[in-house]
Ligand binder design. Structure first.
Ligand code: ADP
Length: 403
């Protein structure tokens, strides 16, 4: 069966077509076709299939029409891999915010779309573009089954003590609570960790560190997230590329009262101008911070030290919640590629008997254990594969409900 995956983000839109036959491999196979629209470059579409490539600049800013161009490369030009679109059995979408309603991948219907729309106020950079992707597929492929795979779902079973903010209870009842994000990645990394360790997932306590432009940790016990660093929105928790992570909320009030900031200006400051970018300057890319640090740039040095401090502090918090740890997992662009960040995070845990293999930490191959044999805690580097996790969810749904 052929599964189309759409992963619409604020600055890019990625799509993959997988052919699923027989037992599914644990790590992503090469897709039949993949295409990306990079909005930061003003709408650059790149499609690849059959070792061929199509590239074009899209003039329209409107997402559904841009997605129609992207999908067209499945049947047109040198990247054509389908005779017609009806060959697609099911379409899976990454949906960032599923609110309190969804803890499982869910078939999209009018009610699900209405919920995703209602949650746009909580995820304004993501849910509207996720919805645009769903509607574009409806227009193009008619009533093909569509599945929403939510980034919040993995955290839905967090205990009440972990998900509730200490606010007046009325606001708790009105939905101000911790939802958590990056759930597709945390769940995939947990399952992959169990495979690499060759142990049942329900026997493991894990801390999964998803460190990309956005960064979050999950405390995973018996295969469930029991705590996570992101909360009501993806702003809470770790210091990130351009997001502040947790700060005293009174800073936002101070900016509004004393410096006449509007809510939108506060939003921009905390989400787009803070984090590594705010401290080191540049665009919040860790590679630039690392280069600046090497050259003795004091703000780059401070930014790196703060990033590591924030990571160590939050790993400590997750450790306290779990009460023990079998493995620490690193994923995301930073987690997968930065030996410096991994070494700095692990350095704080030597008192537990965690011992990093310095040579293995420098190696390139992914999905590996980088702890020394006598380490009391395993340390894993895993190439996260959200798109493959969505394809797997589509396959499971198809087998259970549609086959
Ligand atoms: P997103 O959250 O947008 O999916 P990624 O997971 O691709 O982002 O992560 C982007 C981050 O990964 C950037 O901060 C980038 O600097 C960092 N990164 C990528 N490659 C490396 C590397 N080789 N060394 C250090 N950091 C890296």
């Amino acid at each position: 069966m052929k599964v189309l995956v759409l992963n619409a983000g604020s600055s890019s839109h990625k799509s993959y077509l997988y052919e699923l036959t027989g037992p599914l491999p644990p790590t992503p196979p090469t897709p039949l076709w993949q295409a990306t629209i990079d909005w930061s470059g003003g709408g650059q579409l790149v499609a690849k299939a059959n070792q061929a490539r199509q590239e074009r600049h899209l003039t329209e800013a409107e997402r559904p029409r841009a997605i129609a161009h992207l999908i067209a490369t499945l049947t047109e030009g040198n990247t054509a891999v389908l005779e017609n679109w009806q060959e697609i059995a099911i379409v899976g979408h990454r949906v960032v915010h599923g609110g309190a309603d969804y803890s499982q991948p869910t078939r999209i219907d009018a009610d699900v779309k209405a919920t995703i729309r209602d949650l746009c106020t909580l995820a304004p950079a993501h849910n509207p573009v996720n919805l645009a992707g769903i509607e574009a597929i409806e227009q193009l492929l008619g009533d093909v089954p569509q599945l929403a795979v939510f980034d919040t779902a993995f955290h839905q079973q967090m205990p009440a003590a972990a998900r509730t903010y200490p606010l007046p209870y009325e606001w708790v009842e009105r939905g101000i609570r911790r939802y958590g994000f990056h759930g597709i990645s945390h769940e995939y990394c947990s399952q992959r960790a169990a495979q690499l360790l060759d142990k049942p997932l329900d026997s493991l306590r894990l801390i999964t560190c998803h460190l990309g432009n956005g960064c979050s940790l999950a405390a995973v016990q018996e295969g469930h997230s029991i705590d996570t660093t992101m909360g009501f929105t993806p702003l809470e928790g770790l210091m990130m590329g351009s997001r502040s992570g947790s700060i005293d909320p009174a800073i936002a009030l101070y900016l509004q009262r004393q410096h006449d900031f509007t809510p939108d200006q506060v939003d921009r400051l905390l989400n787009k101008e803070s984090g590594l970018k705010g401290i080191a300057g540049g665009d919040g890319d860790l590679r630039a911070v690392l280069a600046g640090r090497e050259q003795g740039d004091e703000r780059a040095q401070l930014a790196f030290a703060m990033y590591v401090h924030s990571l160590r502090r939050q790993i400590g918090a997750m450790l306290g919640v779990l009460g023990g740890l079998e493995a620490l997992v690193f994923a995301g662009g930073i987690g997968e590629n930065s030996p410096d960040v991994r070494a700095a995070a692990c350095g704080a845990l030597e008192f537990l008997g965690l011992r990093l293999d310095a040579a293995a930490n420098q190696d390139r191959p992914r999905d590996r254990d980088i702890a020394l044999p006598d380490s009391t805690v395993r340390v894993l580097v895993i190439a996260t594969a959200e798109d493959w996790a969505i394809a797997q969810a589509c396959h499971r749904y198809w087998q259970a409900e549609l086959a």
